[in-house]
Design a protein around this ligand. Structure first.
Ligand code: 5GP
Length: 113
């Protein structure tokens, strides 16, 4: 089932887009948890890490390469950043379209809550 992220991909609702290509889209999180908080999503409607299939390998690899490039573009590489993929209920996933959180711009604590 489609989510609000598909509406963002289709430009049906606005978002502050920072990167786009034929495979993925990156936009600022509406409720940022760090000075830089971007969501990177595949255009393919993958529900979560729990539903990933072997055929998704190229898309997921693409997301990791682009996460690195986008973090660099946003000035995060030297100081550091965190990539998070919340998966299902225990991790607090709230939008069921796979997304990579790119978080940075402040010291991030560990372990996460
Ligand atoms: P999750 O909790 O599923 O890992 O993360 C979902 C993220 O999507 C949250 O950080 C939330 O703030 C963000 N989000 C939810 N709805 C929207 C929206 O309509 N626009 C944007 N830009 N972010 C959203």
């Amino acid at each position: 089932m489609s989510t609000i992220f598909t509406q963002i991909i289709n430009r049906e609702i606005p978002a502050d887009i920072v990167y786009e290509d034929e495979v993925c889209l990156a936009f600022k999180d509406i409720n940022p948890q760090a000075p830089v908080h971007v969501l990177l999503i595949p255009k393919k409607e993958i529900v979560s890490m729990a539903t990933v299939e072997a055929e998704d390998q190229t898309v997921l690899g693409h997301l990791m390469v682009k996460a690195s490039e986008i973090a660099s573009m946003l000035g995060l590489s030297e100081g550091g950043y965190r990539l998070v993929v919340n998966t299902n209920e225990d991790a607090g996933q709230s939008v069921f379209h796979l997304h990579v959180h790119i978080l940075g711009g402040r010291k991030l604590t560990w372990p996460p809550g």
